[in-house]
Design a protein around this ligand. Structure first.
Ligand code: AMP
Ligand code: MG
Length: 404
């Protein structure tokens, strides 16, 4: 049985070896959040395109403002969007606003707060040095320079940069399509009134949200009963997509049929158990062109195993490197004790107390307890190598990507 780090590495290795460059498509920049860039984005001109003032004040020749107080004559103004037509000569200055081009002749800007103005007469109370309070033309980027390369996930800053250089449309990789199939005779659609021993299909909804958060496209296939023929039909449908994620039916029960059906369909299994709780029976394999994950059906198990194993596969299939598992350390609020020699992912709440992250395990009834999970913004990681921790120790925490 693999450790979770080994299982993750196995997913990354298997998917990297088989996935080529995804096909690309064009989207409007405003619609491109979370997509992965498929083409380089190049500076269309120098940035900034002119020597840009970063303050409201006066554009001066620094040499005139070496010794203070210095008195200069104001000969005009430069506002954002328009240049001052003339040139700043010896003993002169130009009133300037933030974002305006620094006029010819001037090489520094003195903040308004450091001046006294009486008509055309401007007294500087602070000395200026060349380059002060301005960003020289081309210092951020040169025309033609590659600013972003293919494989970059587009967040707000990346979209702002694309917009700045005039890219109203962007070439991005097609999102991987992820078939989601839940299994179980007891599982009914969300709209249905469950019988006394039935439960609603919450896993398909959670998985679809996790797929979207990972930047991929969910394809909801509903639920398959615990009967080999029907299960096989549904799985065959799922194998038409880039990835198939199943929930349930991978444990050792009499009606856990997923692995047998996957095997019959020719799936090459990479692992079928991981040393974690929740989520121990998680399955990963390749069937034809499709990567298949069989996640255990308990809702918290499904969610945790998706975060650990499916997210890196979706990154790679999106055309970018697999992002690291973004754990961080927090101080433990109360002792934790686990028995099973597995790495535990316990629903937990992280709060910042005096600037320091403090983590608390939440009470829960095990991996079916979605009620408790809603209180959690993270999972507290108890490694298999050490199952008992004291209050005040620093422990690893895996944030919920949608909450922290
Ligand atoms: P299984 O992995 O099939 O043994 O299921 C484990 C537990 O998860 C059982 O209590 C199931 O009822 C529950 N479960 C399975 N599938 C779903 C689902 N789609 N939505 C919510 N709970 C589920
Ligand atoms: Mg089941």
């Amino acid at each position: 049985m693999l450790a979770y780090t080994e299982a993750r590495a196995k997913v990354i290795e298997t998917v990297s070896a088989r996935c080529g460059t995804p096909p690309s498509e064009t989207v409007a920049v405003a619609e491109a959040l979370g997509r992965v860039l498929a083409e380089p984005v190049v500076a269309d001109r120098d940035y900034p395109p002119f020597d840009r003032s970063t303050r409201d004040g006066f554009a001066v020749r620094a040499a005139d403002a070496g010794a203070v107080p210095a008195v200069l004559r104001c000969i005009g103004e430069a506002r954002a969007g328009a240049a001052f037509a003339g040139e700043v000569g010896h003993g002169q200055c130009v009133q300037i606003m933030t974002g305006a081009p620094v006029p010819r002749g001037a090489d520094a800007v003195v903040m308004l707060e450091h001046t006294a103005v009486a008509g055309e007469r401007v007294t500087l109370h602070r000395a200026a040095h060349p380059g002060q309070n301005l960003v020289p033309r081309g210092s951020e980027a040169r025309a033609g320079q590659v600013l972003m390369r293919p494989g970059l996930r587009l967040g707000f800053a990346e979209l702002a940069l694309a917009a700045q250089v005039g890219r109203a449309e962007l070439g991005v990789f097609r999102r991987p399509r992820v078939a989601i199939l839940s299994t179980g005779d007891e599982v009914v659609p969300v709209e249905a009134q469950p019988g006394p021993f039935e439960i609603r299909n919450s896993n398909s909804i959670a998985l679809s949200a996790q797929v979207r958060l990972a930047g991929a496209e969910p394809v909801l296939l509903g639920n398959a009963p615990d009967r080999e023929d029907r299960l096989q039909q549904c799985i065959e449908r799922g194998l038409r997509e880039d990835v198939l994620v199943l929930s349930g039916g991978v444990s050792a029960g009499k009606y856990d049929l997923v692995e047998a059906v996957l095997e019959r369909l020719g799936t090459v299994a990479c692992f079928d158990a991981v040393r974690i709780r929740p989520g121990r029976p998680a399955v990963f394999g390749v069937c034809g062109e499709t990567f298949v994950f069989g996640l255990p059906g308990n809702p918290v198990s499904t969610m945790v195993t998706f975060e650990l194993f499916v997210v890196p596969a979706l990154d790679l299939l999106s055309g970018m490197p697999a992002r690291p598992l973004a754990t961080f350390r927090a101080r433990l609020a109360a002792p934790v004790r686990q028995r099973a020699e597995l790495t535990h992912f316990l629903p937990a709440e992280v709060r910042w107390e005096a600037g320091e992250p403090v983590v608390r395990e939440l009470p829960w009834q095990g991996s079916g307890d979605i009620v408790a999970l809603v209180q959690a913004n993270a999972f507290l990681l108890v490694p298999e190598t050490r199952l008992e921790w004291e209050a005040g120790e620093w422990v690893d925490v895996l944030p919920r990507r949608d909450r922290l």
